[in-house]
Write a protein of this length. Structure first.
Length: 212
């Protein structure tokens, strides 16, 4: 097998995607994708796809941050309004502080519907073994009448977790907004574009095109 770019030279490796031959000069360029050697053409094609995926993730993260900011503001406004009303009536009191923060936490608990974790949990498919186990357990509980206690406990536990996550939401929100995820995605996009531009401008495919 000869090199797909330098047709007169013998190949010493192959492209991961198209299985085209790569000579020592092509291998020396160290064009890799997912830790495997690739040719210039596949590097450019998959690079475009990779950048598109990163840009889609960037858009998704911006939407999540926007939704989380809306929830944070609504909860904050509600909590402050309850606090102000309570202080105007009875003055500063620990019960007023607890009530205002609890009401805000309830609103903040809704962030689980917008940060991706809830939808991922809902969409996650159960294994056949888990489905059979749940079916057998519910059948036993239906017979002995404990199914209602089970669901009531499950609902109360869900509400408690919902409220507890709301209490921690300000910390989660701060980390999500001021974290480095957005910068990491943007840095990856910039780096990928630099690599793509370098291959397109200085690669052998561009030289062949200029000769033709």
């Amino acid at each position: 097998m000869n090199c797909m770019i330098h047709h007169e030279r013998a190949a010493v490796n192959t492209c991961k995607f198209c299985n085209g031959g790569l000579c020592p000069d092509c291998v020396a360029k160290k064009l890799t994708f997912e830790n495997s050697m690739v040719c210039e053409s596949c590097f450019i094609e998959n690079g475009h796809n990779y950048i598109a995926e990163l840009e889609q993730e960037q858009i998704k993260q911006k939407k999540i941050k926007r939704n989380l900011s809306i929830i944070f503001i609504i909860g904050l406004v509600l909590g402050i309004s309850i606090l102000v009303q309570g202080i105007s009536r009875t003055g500063i009191d620990s019960s007023i502080l607890f009530s205002s923060f609890s009401q805000a936490a309830f609103i903040w608990g809704f962030h689980i519907f917008f940060d991706g974790t809830f939808s991922n949990r809902i969409l996650r498919e159960k294994s056949m073994q888990d489905q059979m186990r749940d079916g057998i357990m519910e059948a036993h509980m239906m017979r002995d009448g404990s199914i209602f206690i089970y669901w009531l406990t499950k609902i109360l536990l869900t509400i408690a977790i919902f409220w507890f996550r709301g209490l921690l939401f300000p910390i989660f929100y701060t980390i999500r907004i001021f974290g480095k995820d957005s910068k990491r995605i943007q840095d990856n996009i910039s780096y990928a574009k630099e690599q793509m531009d370098s291959v397109i401008q200085h690669g052998d495919l561009n030289k062949q095109h200029n000769k033709d």
